[in-house]
Design a protein around this ligand. Structure first.
Ligand code: NI
Length: 171
């Protein structure tokens, strides 16, 4: 197990559509294990493989941040099969440091994918779980949450990110 580096906004892998996992082999199991460790260490509640610079369709979600093993979700090739309702709520992303904004997401989703054992898994998520699942699946399609905001908000965020980057360069 190893903590992997989380890449941030501007990195090309985050903008790419990730490829489906063809076989759940040792490499994928290792990737998933590392992603769980990376997520818990961050700490965060969701992580998609492109965020650790692997362009594959794999996500990990854990609303308990490592407190409750029953909450851990590892999904290979996840797909949203249905969505219901809409809620606007603040969210953030480990790949977009220090930015939190209100984003509209479905209230309820049904997601299908495969577990690491290759079996079909179906997850019905509501509220925060639905939000995280949508956020992580967006990552697999190369979409960051800030891209869902208005052009004005996006311009402000770009400015803020540039500022924090140059501040970092001076430090
Ligand atoms: Ni994210």
């Amino acid at each position: 197990m190893a903590v992997r580096e989380i890449i941030t906004i501007g990195h090309p892998t985050l903008a790419r559509k990730a490829s489906p996992v063809e076989a759940i082999d040792e490499e994928i199991v290792r990737l998933a294990t590392d992603m769980v460790e990376t997520l818990h260490r961050a700490p965060g509640i969701g992580l998609a493989a492109p965020q650790v610079n692997v362009s594959k369709r794999l996500i990990v979600v854990d609303l308990s941040v490592g407190e409750n093993t029953d909450d851990l979700i590892v999904l290979v090739n996840p797909e949203i099969v249905s969505r219901e309702g809409e809620v606007a709520c603040e969210e953030g992303c480990l790949s977009v440091p220090d930015i939190r904004e209100k984003v509209a997401r479905p209230y309820r989703v049904l997601v299908r994918g495969l577990g690491l054992d290759g079996r079909a898994v179906e997850i019905a998520g509501e509220d925060l779980l639905a939000r995280v699942l949508c956020h992580e699946i967006d990552h697999l399609d190369g979409i960051l949450f800030v891209e869902k905001l208005s052009p004005l908000k996006r311009a402000l965020i770009r400015k803020k990110l540039q500022k924090s980057r140059s501040a970092g360069a001076q430090a």
